[in-house]
Design a protein around this ligand. Structure first.
Ligand code: NI
Length: 258
């Protein structure tokens, strides 16, 4: 049994066959799926989805791309949404200095505010970091209402991974670990303890080999776990079991009743 710790199943990319996608995940042994909001509207859809399916949980928050969409009512609405017992995390939040779809200084401001809001709500955070490793580590160090969290789709090196682990964070590994050029990521996975790793698809994005170029979906988290097992010299079953347990611990999710 596996858990896909980071998906965007609520997005319109899945509107035509969401039911089938969820069914295929189950058939592939994916026991739970966390579907992650990227703005207020999308967070609402994520929670609605989680309320419809037993095996889906939700996270709410505003992605750095959408930082400019935050107005004076956004945080109150997100707080309200987070009252659902299907909400297990706050995010995804963070910094993206690669695409810069919102201005950098605004991203920093909104990230700081949302860290404090998550702490106040007692929720673990899901962090997005693209080309902002140093700034992310600095801001997490300055997080006053600290709870805990995960660096999703980890793209840093071993040095950054150690800094995150030292702060109590988990590291989530996407399907890109299967790409030929992802040697830095495989190096991180090789060196850090398995009890701090999660696996994810980030679907509909980042399809692993051999599905590259197609829409991604939770069933494909199997390829990531298989690669992690190979890199760490562990069995697939151990990686599935331990990463699932890590995810349940972080997000305080109950184990599936079999
Ligand atoms: Ni994402």
């Amino acid at each position: 049994m596996l858990i896909d710790s980071h998906t965007h199943l609520e997005l319109s990319e899945f509107d035509s066959d969401r039911e089938d996608v969820i069914k295929r995940a189950k058939e592939s042994g994916v026991e739970h799926i966390v579907t992650v909001g990227i703005n207020l509207k999308d967070s609402r859809n994520a929670v609605a989805l989680a309320e419809r399916y037993d095996n889906i949980y939700a996270s709410v928050g505003v992605h750095p791309h959408d930082a400019k969409s935050i107005d004076e009512t956004t945080y109150d609405s997100l707080k309200k949404l987070s009252e659902s017992d299907r909400v297990v995390a706050y995010g995804e939040i963070g910094l993206d200095f690669f695409r810069n779809l919102s201005p950098g200084d605004l991203q920093v401001k909104r990230f700081g505010e949302q860290l404090e809001l998550a702490g106040e709500l007692g929720l673990p955070v899901i962090i997005h970091d693209r080309e902002a490793h140093r700034e992310i580590v600095e801001m997490l160090k300055g997080w006053k209402s600290y709870s805990v969290g995960v660096i999703h789709c980890f793209s840093g090196d071993y040095d950054m991974a150690v800094k995150c682990l030292d702060m109590g964070f988990y590291i989530s590994i996407p399907g890109t670990i299967t790409y030929r050029k992802s040697e830095t990521l495989r190096d991180v996975v090789r060196k850090i303890p398995i009890d701090r790793l999660l696996v994810e698809t980030d679907c509909p994005y980042l399809s692993p080999e051999p599905k590259r170029g197609k829409r991604n979906e939770p069933a494909n988290v199997v390829y990531t776990a298989r690669k992690v097992a190979q890199v760490k010299g562990l069995s697939f079953e151990d990686v599935a079991m331990i990463t699932s347990e890590n995810t349940r611990n972080l997000f305080k999710m109950k184990a599936a009743v079999l």
